[in-house]
Design a protein. Structure first.
Length: 150
């Protein structure tokens, strides 16, 4: 069976640091990525992205602008899943809660250069590369310090 999914997510900046979430992928491997999730009934894509960021990280954010919409496909439980994700660039407003420990193992603020080392999904790498280019950060620059929040 072919299943279509649409999700929205946020790339949250605080100066030159970006917020990553650590999750387990479908194979059980721990990976670093950006927060995202499905749209709930009655939500716009922007509302869904902001809600997912808040639920998964505990951070309230504001959307700066849309980034890219990525499409990919995978097989899950015998279904062929065609997925589309709308990404938004966001700016941190403040922390108002804790991250969702039921789906998020940990969260971490890191430099964009460190994020480039940590993320593995092709679309995440593309998002980081877009920001690096926008901020004129060269890969040879030394990474800034990072902060882990458990």
């Amino acid at each position: 069976m072919i299943v279509s999914e649409f999700s929205c997510g946020g790339v949250i900046l605080d100066g030159r640091k970006v917020l990553l979430v650590q999750v387990k992928n479908m194979k059980g491997k721990k990976i670093w990525t950006f927060p995202k999730g499905h749209i709930e009934a009655g939500e716009t894509p922007r509302q869904a992205a902001l809600r997912e960021v808040l639920e998964e990280t505990g951070y309230k954010a504001v959307i700066v602008r849309p980034m890219i919409r990525v499409k990919y496909a995978f097989t899950f439980q015998g279904n062929y899943v065609k997925k589309m994700v709308q990404w938004y660039l966001m700016k941190k407003l403040g922390r108002i809660g804790k991250h969702d420990a039921s789906e998020i193992l940990s969260i971490r603020w890191v430099s964009l250069l460190k994020a480039r080392e940590l993320v593995q999904y092709p679309s995440d790498i593309r998002l980081v590369d877009m920001l690096l280019a926008t901020m004129n950060i060269e890969p040879t620059e030394s990474p800034e310090t990072e902060t882990t929040e458990e």
